[in-house]
Design a binder for this molecule. Structure first.
Ligand SMILES: Cc1cc2nc3c(=O)[nH]c(=O)nc-3n(C[C@H](O)[C@H](O)[C@H](O)COP(=O)(O)OP(=O)(O)OC[C@H]3O[C@@H](n4cnc5c(N)ncnc54)[C@H](O)[C@@H]3O)c2cc1C
Length: 224
């Protein structure tokens, strides 16, 4: 069973003869668009933010422009200038000292692609983009600068490094059409006893679908 990204399995982890047996799956993967990545800012914040919930989403003026930047539609992929900002601020005493907050901030981002897109290994870009996000948040009414007691970023390059997901793509291939929704890499492969499980295979990315993928494979191998 393989939980690694399906494109890594088909392109890098199979023997030459197994690659021949799976040429149609590899072709299909080559034609699919990889999904987007994410730029993460983790922050420890002193004090409490007024009117904050567990989940908080700050939308931009132009939502379409966000995805044009992420996927390079009509232009080269670039960090989103005015992005949607999602902040999870858990109301949980085990995660946050009393009277303070711990934030997980997620911003949609193009994949790490030094050759044709954004080189997220550039530390100056990481620093300036972090400042840009915090300044955007401040324009949307949430000031952070005097409250941050600790901060860490995770870039698409680091997501790639940590999980081996190509470019730090969060959801394997993108789910934006018939092909992506219904023609994702199948759980049962052409190689006997090789099953694909996880977000890059059927039925898709995100924890609920990853769990369904595990259930499908467990049934196939008689463990459900
Ligand atoms: C910042 C961020 C926020 C997210 N937020 C949400 C959310 O709110 N809700 C939601 O539902 N989903 C969310 N997701 C998506 C969700 O995390 C993924 O869809 C899910 O983790 C994918 O599970 P997986 O088992 O396929 O891959 P992973 O969780 O990446 O597990 C794959 C494992 O395989 C290992 N591996 C890879 N290649 C090899 C190899 N060759 N040899 C050995 N080991 C290997 C990796 O190191 C990794 O440990 C988020 C993802 C990110 C990055």
């Amino acid at each position: 069973m393989a939980n690694a990204d399906a494109s890594n399995v088909y392109h890098h982890l199979l023997s030459p003869s197994a690659q021949q047996q799976t040429s149609s799956a590899r072709k299909s993967l080559t034609r699919a668009t990889p999904s987007l990545s994410g730029f993460v800012i983790l922050q420890a914040m002193s004090g409490k933010t007024a009117d904050f919930e567990h989940h908080n989403v700050f939308f931009p003026e132009n939502y379409d422009d966000e995805f044009d930047s992420v996927f390079g539609i009509g232009k080269k992929p670039s960090p989103v200038a005015d992005p949607t900002i999602y902040i999870c601020s858990p109301n949980d005493a085990k995660m946050t000292p009393a009277g303070n907050e711990s934030w997980f901030m997620l911003i949609n981002a193009p994949r790490h692609d030094p050759a044709n897109g954004v080189d997220w290994s550039n530390s100056e870009l990481t620093a300036s983009y972090t400042n840009q996000i915090l300044s955007t948040l401040s324009k949307r009414g949430v000031q952070t600068s005097e409250r941050i007691t600790w901060q860490q970023t995770i870039t698409p390059a680091e997501l790639e490094q940590n999980t081996l997901a190509p470019g730090g793509a969060i959801y394997g291939t993108s789910s934006n059409g018939m092909r992506s929704a219904f023609l994702r890499p199948e759980n049962v492969t052409k190689i006997p006893n090789l099953y694909l499980v996880g977000g890059s295979s059927h039925p898709g990315g995100g924890l609920p679908l990853v769990g369904m993928s595990a259930e499908i494979v467990a049934r196939h191998i008689g463990r459900a």
